[in-house]
Design a protein around this ligand. Structure first.
Ligand code: PRX
Length: 584
C-alpha cells in the first residue's frame, strides 16, 4: 500500500498511507476525536484562515513553499507559508482600513492568481464572509449574486471590472472595488461616486504585515458560495469556519497528503472544489499547492504535471475525457512518474476513464462525491480500498449516507432512490443566504436530501444514477435551467424558453434550449448565434445553450410551468410519463 516519491535530486521517500483500514476507522469514528487535527484558539474559537496559514508560518513549515504559481505566460513564482501569512495579513489590514467588519461580504471576481489566496484568506482573518464568482460570469449572474448577498466589496481585475461597471448602479451596497492591476491605477481626485476604486497593489504595499486575527467562533460564517438549483435564482450556500476541520481531515485521508507531496487541484476557485481543496484543505495540511493560471490544454497540463513533479492530482471527468481524446501518444512525451494518486470529482466518472488512468499513468482515478452544500468530500474511493469501477465509493468516516424514498424512508440495498446524508457533519451548509425557508426544504424526515439519485450495493458502495431535479452539469459546472431560461426570455426575439441538460459524450451534458419566437421573428442561423452570444454575455460564457431548437410552443402545466421533464423525455426518446397536468 505504500508509495514512493523520488525527487529531482534522486532523494527517495517511502510513504505510508494516512488511512490504512477504512472499515476500522469508520466503525469507531467520532468527529470530536479529531478536533485537534486543527488548531483552536483559547475558549474554543476557530478561524479557518489561521489554520490554513498562520499555524504553519510559526512552525517548521515557515519557509516551506505553500504556493507554486505558474502564470498564464509561463512565469513561475513561489510563496512560502511565511509569505502567505504576510500577504493575508496585509489584505486583512486593507479591509480593516476600509472599515469592513465581521459578517460583511467580500467577493473575489478574479482569474487564478495569487491575489485569490491573499484576499480569500485575508477576508476570513477579519471575520468577514468571503465569496467567489467564476470569471466566466456575465452581468445577470453577477447582479444576482452581488445583489442577493448585499456585497460590500469586490476584488477584481481591470478586465473583469468592466462587467461590474455595467451593473454597479443596481448595487447600492457595493462600496469598494479593489482592483488588482499590474499598472498603478490612476488616482481619481475627489472620487465620490460609489463604488470607490481601491488600488490593491498600492494598498498592499503600504499595509502592515502584522494583523490580529478575529477570534471567530466555529459556527461563524466564513464563506458563501452561490450555486444553482432546478428552480429559481442561484442560492447562496453558507459555510462556517468549522468546515476547515473536515476539509483538512478528508484531504489528509482521501488525498493522502504528505509533507513531500506536490498537490494540484485543477478546479477554479469560482467553484467549491477550488475553495475546499484548492485553498483550505491542502493549506491546512501544510501542503505545497500548484496554482496553474492557464486554460485547459492537454500538452500544457502534462507539462505542468512534469515540470512541478506533481504527486497528487485532483481533477474532473470532462477534463479526463478531453485528455483521453487527445490520445495516449502525447502522454509519452512527458515524465509523469511522480504521480502517486489521481482523483476525480464533479460528475460521474466512467469506468473507461479509470481504465485509461491505469493505462497511461499506471494509476486509477479515485472518484469522490460531494457538493457545494456538503463543503467537503462525503463519499469516496480511498487509496486503501478496492475500487468498483463506476461506483462513487463509500461514505467518509463520520458520514451516514443512505438511499431514501420520497418520504425519507430508507430503501433496501440495490434500490434506486434519493441519496441522503444524516445532518451534522462539520462542513455542512449552515443556511442559504437570506432564505431559511428554502434551506429547511433541503431536509426530509431527518435526512439532508442531496438532489442526486443513487443506489447502495450489498458491500456498502454507492452508485450514482442521476439528478433527481433539473440541475444541469456541463463540463462539471453546475447550471440552473431557470437562470438560463430567464436570460433567454430577455432576448428580444424570444417569447418563451425551456432548458434541459442533454447527455454529451465529452461534456457529460450540454445545455439545450427550446425557444418559441415572438411574432415577426423567424428561425435562422444568425439568430441562433445571436441568442448564444446573448446568453454568454448576460449569464456566463460556460452556461450558454450549445443547441437551440425553435418550437412553436412549449409544453406547460395548466398552471403555466414549463415541463422540462417532458422536453427531456421527448429529446431522448424516453417514455413521456405522467402528462395529466399538461396544458392541453
Ligand atoms: O450531481 C452531483 C454531481 O455534482 C453535484 C454537485 O455539484 P457542485 O455543487 O457544483 O459541486 C461539485 C464539486 C463538489 C452533485 O449533486 N457530482 C459531484 N461529484 C460527483 C457527482 N456526480 C457523480 N459522481 C461524482 N463523483
Amino acid at each position: 500500500m505504500q508509495t514512493e516519491i523520488v525527487t529531482k535530486d534522486q532523494t527517495k521517500f517511502v510513504l505510508q498511507p494516512n488511512l490504512k483500514d477504512y472499515e476500522a476507522l469508520y466503525k469507531n469514528f467520532d468527529w470530536k476525536n479529531v478536533h485537534n487535527e486543527i488548531e483552536w484558539f483559547d475558549n474554543g474559537e476557530l478561524n479557518a484562515a489561521y489554520n490554513a496559514v498562520d499555524r504553519h508560518a510559526k512552525n517548521h513549515n515557515k519557509n516551506k513553499v505553500a504556493l507554486i504559481y505558474e502564470a498564464a505566460n509561463g512565469k513561475i513564482d513561489k510563496y512560502t507559508y511565511l509569505d502567505l501569512k504576510h500577504m493575508t495579513n496585509k489584505f486583512a489590514n486593507v479591509l480593516k482600513k476600509l472599515g469592513i467588519v465581521k459578517g460583511e461580504r467580500v467577493f473575489l471576481f478574479l482569474p487564478r492568481i495569487p491575489a485569490v489566496y491573499a484576499s480569500f484568506l485575508g477576508t476570513l482573518k477579519v471575520g468577514a464572509i468571503a465569496s467567489t464568482l467564476f470569471s466566466a460570469f456575465g452581468e445577470e449572474a453577477l447582479l444576482d449574486r452581488l445583489g442577493n448577498s448585499k456585497a460590500k466589496a469586490v476584488v477584481t481585475t481591470p478586465d473583469l471590472k468592466q462587467r461590474i461597471d455595467k451593473i454597479k448602479d443596481k448595487l447600492p451596497d457595493l462600496t469598494y472595488i479593489i482592483l488588482v492591476n499590474n499598472e498603478p491605477i490612476q488616482k481619481i481626485e475627489g472620487q465620490s461616486a460609489m463604488p470607490i476604486t481601491i488600488d490593491y497593489n498600492e494598498e498592499m504595499k503600504e499595509a502592515s504585515k502584522e494583523f490580529e486575527i478575529e477570534k471567530t467562533h466555529p459556527e461563524d460564517h466564513a464563506f458563501l458560495l452561490y450555486t444553482s438549483g432546478s428552480t429559481g435564482k442561484s442560492k447562496g450556500v453558507v459555510h462556517a469556519h468549522m468546515a476547515v476541520l473536515q476539509q483538512h481531515y478528508t484531504h489528509k485521508l482521501i488525498h493522502d497528503i504528505h509533507p513531500e507531496d506536490i498537490y494540484w487541484c485543477t478546479a477554479d476557485h469560482g467553484w467549491v472544489t477550488g475553495i475546499s481543496y484548492g485553498i483550505l484543505g491542502p493549506l491546512s495540511n501544510g501542503a505545497t499547492v500548484l496554482l496553474y493560471e492557464g486554460r485547459f490544454d492537454p500538452e500544457g497540463w502534462y507539462s505542468a504535471l512534469e515540470r512541478h513533479e506533481v504527486t497528487l492530482w485532483y481533477t474532473a471527468p470532462t477534463a479526463i475525457r478531453m485528455l483521453m481524446k487527445a490520445g495516449e501518444e502525447i502522454t509519452k512525451k512527458y515524465n509523469l512518474s511522480h504521480l502517486r494518486h489521481i482523483y476525480s470529482v464533479g460528475e460521474p466518472l466512467n469506468p473507461e476513464g479509470i481504465r485509461w488512468g491505469l493505462k497511461v499513468f499506471n494509476l486509477p482515478f479515485h472518484d469522490t462525491w460531494w457538493q457545494t452544500e456538503t463543503g467537503s468530500m462525503l463519499i469516496s474511493n480511498y487509496p486503501c480500498m478496492p475500487i468498483k469501477l463506476g461506483s462513487m465509493g463509500k461514505p467518509f468516516p463520520g458520514i451516514v449516507a443512505a438511499v431514501v424514498d420520497d418520504t425519507g424512508q430508507e430503501l433496501p440495498t440495490n434500490t434506486e432512490g434519493h441519496l441522503a446524508i444524516k445532518p451534522g457533519w462539520p462542513s455542512m451548509l449552515r443556511t442559504l443566504w437570506g432564505d431559511e425557508e428554502r434551506y429547511k426544504k433541503l431536509f426530509n424526515n431527518g435526512w439532508y436530501i442531496t438532489g442526486d439519485r443513487a443506489r447502495k450495493d450489498e458491500d456498502g458502495y454507492f452508485w450514482y444514477i442521476g439528478r433527481a431535479d433539473d440541475v444541469i452539469k456541463t463540463s462539471g459546472e453546475r447550471v440552473g435551467p431557470f437562470e438560463v431560461e430567464s436570460v433567454l426570455v430577455e432576448h428580444p426575439a424570444i417569447a418563451e424558453a425551456g432548458v434541459i441538460g442533454k447527455p454529451d459524450e465529452l461534456r457529460g451534458e450540454i445545455i439545450k434550449a427550446f425557444v418559441a419566437l415572438r411574432a415577426g421573428y423567424t428561425p435562422n442561423p444568425e439568430l441562433e448565434e445571436d441568442i448564444k452570444k446573448f446568453v454568454k454575455q448576460h449569464l456566463a460564457a460556460h452556461a450558454y445553450p450549445r443547441e437551440i431548437a425553435f418550437v412553436d410552443k412549449l409544453p406547460k402545466t395548466r398552471s403555466g410551468k414549463i415541463m422540462r421533464r417532458l422536453l427531456r423525455a421527448r429529446e431522448l426518446g424516453l417514455p413521456e410519463g405522467d402528462i395529466s397536468t399538461l396544458e392541453d
